[in-house]
Design a protein around this ligand. Structure first.
Ligand code: COA
Ligand code: AMP
Length: 627
């Protein structure tokens, strides 16, 4: 295969099926697919519809069968607990086959859902792979979400079993998971039959007799099981992500397309080879963790680092570089916010100078816009290419990137470079017409999406069409806005909906507004994302109180902050709420959130002609100035 981006890209669209048929040869099938793409149910597309495979087999068994059983597969680095553990492919396979047997003993079969609410420990990856082995569908929920968010996901996924741990560790703070899990199950309608809880020594939990089981006991009772052959189109997992309302969307991932696309991406986008050490410093609860901590690197046969810690504070801003040195990491993928956090504590890169980074080739950034200053700083201290790339939970793997395995293109800071092979990316206006180069608009992807992207939403085909396909017929609407320049470089500048990106975490301001509206004294409210030099954006809430509420504003403001923390979770980073007399609105009653955001960020804005009362803007500006 020629290592040439332009040729590969052209072929991926001109001979789509040939391109993906070739890529499919890099993975193991129990029954090789005869058909590459089934478009008969368009706009629902199915990749490798008659293929039969198993994702766990491709992550583990095949490498052990190829004689790589003793090679490192998962490297657990936990500065949070001062632990390090290396699991070889053989050891990981043993753990997974046994735990899969244990799950089967609890009645988990192909197609059943298993919800995983766990911290960054090897058992979380074992749990995911054990589900994959059985053909069960896992749904991992990020630990920073509170009970109510967890309950919403339990009700949608209806898991037979929930897997959890007694606690997570946030720098020096223990986060007990069990009360959150118990609270969620109490609220949820779909009660799981069983909860299996891993007891961590830092904070063991009390188990509820009859429902809760001890992880170690369950594991010990499991006898190893073989991989269950699954259809390529069978769901591997459901991952919930923020939509524009309080109801999260259950993004479905299939087995076959995901397997092929991720395997292809590691080599061609990230430029790594089997046997190399790869590190995605994210959380397993996000898509980055699914694709690039667990599945992708193991599919290709890399060693993957599972890091329980933070870029700063565990214990200092040198931990990333020491981890790279100790493990001879070839490439790191993290969010720009992590680099900004390091830069803030170690502006001249002293820790980098103390580390031997000779094995380190590339830093990849995604999850939020990578600002040119951060890229330039990282390039300067590291002396390696810093590659911004763009994708989303829905796509599961990069849409735009500088493909390191296909011959790197010149970097333009501020741009994630060009569309990755397989994706046809365009920028269109509100009517769906293409805009000229350099003009901002909606970023859309032409259908069909390549393998690995979501085939639909969990139990919600109609929601899939409504959310992504209706606005621009024939296209998938990414919800992102930006432009493509004269050279074909893409620039992703922000969202077109009310999703914000806080420290690389995707959150819905709509969901936060729903929480504020639930406060008994709040008549109406608005939440906007305001630019933040560390986290990219942070949410700020404005509330108008009901007439006669008669409460001290500071009291209500504190209650609102606490309400978002306890209903959505600490990850929302909702720390600022202000009571205001009125919200700026159009004459038809629409709150002018976009105008408020521009005012908060100090951007130029024009007073909308449709505004009800322009004087309100002065009042809002006064409040913003005090933040
Ligand atoms: N379980 C429980 N609580 C969690 C959590 C988890 N898994 N993850 C985060 N939280 C809590 C944090 O403790 C924090 O709580 P606090 O308000 O009491 O301090 C809150 O949620 C916000 O967390 P976070 O956004 O991570 O901010 P932070 O101030 O703790 O750290 C950074 C700031 C920049 C160091 C951190 O955001 C970071 O490392 N980001 C990397 C980005 C990343 O991994 N993105 C994933 C997509 S690629
Ligand atoms: P998530 O689904 O959590 O991965 O978040 C996806 C969203 O994060 C995208 O739709 C973008 O809004 C934003 N995003 C991710 N990567 C980038 C990037 N490299 N540049 C700009 N925005 C990004």
């Amino acid at each position: 295969m020629p290592a040439n981006y332009a040729e590969e890209y052209a072929r991926s669209l001109e001979d789509r099926e040939g391109f993906w048929a070739d890529a499919a040869r890099a993975v193991d099938w129990f029954e090789a697919p005869q058909q590459v793409l089934d478009a008969s149910g368009a706009p629902f597309y199915r990749w490798y519809p008659d293929g039969v495979t198993n994702s766990c087999h491709n992550a583990l068994d095949r490498h052990v069968a190829a004689g790589r059983g003793a090679d490192a597969a998962l490297i657990y680095e936990s500065p949070a607990t001062d632990h390090r553990r290396v699991l070889s492919f053989g050891e990981l396979l043993d753990e997974v086959t046994r735990f899969a047997g244990a799950l089967r003993g609890l009645g988990v079969e192909r197609g059943d859902r298993v919800l995983i609410y766990m911290p960054m420990i090897p058992e979380t990856a074992v749990a995911m792979l054990a589900c994959a082995r059985l053909g069960a569908i896992h749904s991992v929920v990020f630990g920073g979400f509170a009970a109510k968010e967890l309950a919403t996901r339990i009700d949608d996924a209806k898991p037979k079993v929930v897997l959890s741990a007694s606690c997570g560790i946030e720098v020096d703070r223990i986060v007990p998971y069990k009360p959150l899990l118990d609270g969620a199950i109490e609220i949820a309608d779909a009660k799981p039959e069983r909860c299996v809880v891993l007891q961590r020594p830092q904070h063991p939990a009390e188990l509820i007799p009859g429902r809760d089981l001890d992880w170690e006991e369950v594991r010990a009772a499991g006898s190893p099981v073989d991989c269950v052959p699954v259809a390529s189109t069978d769901p591997l997992y459901v991952l919930y992500t923020s939509g524009t309302t309080g109801v999260p969307k259950g993004v479905v991932r299939d087995n076959g397309g995901h397997l092929v696309a991720l395997t292809w991406s590691l080599r061609h986008i990230y430029g790594v080879e089997p046997g190399e050490v790869w590190w995605a410093a994210s959380d397993i609860g996000w898509v980055v963790g699914h694709s690039y901590i667990v599945y992708g690197p193991l599919f290709l046969g890399c060693a993957s680092i599972l890091f329980e810690g933070k870029p700063v504070g565990t214990p200092d801003a040198g931990v990333y570089w020491r981890t790279i040195e100790r493990n001879k990491v070839a490439a790191l993928f993290t969010a720009p916010t992590a680099i900004r956090a390091i830069k803030r504590e170690d502006p001249s890169g002293e820790f980098v100078k103390q580390s031997d980074l000779t094995a380190f080739r590339t830093l990849f950034l995604a999850g939020e816009r990578a600002d040119p200053d951060t890229i330039q700083w990282a390039e300067g201290i590291l002396g390696v290419p810093v590659i911004d790339h763009w994708w989303q939970t829905e796509t599961g793997w990069p849409v735009a990137a500088n493909c390191m395995g296909l011959g790197p293109l010149p970097v333009k800071r501020g741009s994630p470079t060009k569309p990755v092979p397989g994706y046809s990316v365009r920028v269109v206006d509100e009517g769906g017409d293409p805009v000229p180069a350099g003009t901002s608009g909606n970023i859309v992807l032409d259908l069909p999406l390549p393998p690995g992207c979501l085939p639909t939403l969990w139990n919600n085909d109609e929601g899939y069409v409504r959310s992504y396909l209706e606005q621009f017929p024939g296209c998938y609407a990414t919800g992102d806005a930006g432009h493509i320049d004269e050279d074909g470089y893409l620039y992703v500048m922000g969202r077109t909906d009310d999703i914000i990106n806080v420290a690389g975490h995707r959150l819905s301001t709509g969901a936060m507004e729903e929480v504020l509206s639930g406060h008994p004294d709040v008549a109406e409210c608005a939440v906007i994302g305001v630019a933040d030099s560390l986290k990219g954006q942070v949410p700020v809430g404005f509330a108008v109180l009901k007439a006669g509420a008669g409460r001290a504003h500071t009291e209500v403001e504190a209650e609102l902050v606490q309400k978002v923390r306890s209903e959505i979770g600490p990850v929302a980073a909702f720390k600022q709420a202000r009571v205001v007399a009125r919200l700026p609105k159009t004459r038809s009653g629409k709150v002018l959130r976009g105008t408020m955001r521009k005012m908060a960020d100090g951007e130029r804005f024009s007073v909308p002609a449709t505004i009800d009362d322009p004087a309100i803007l002065d009042e809002i500006q006064e409040v913003l100035d005090q933040l």
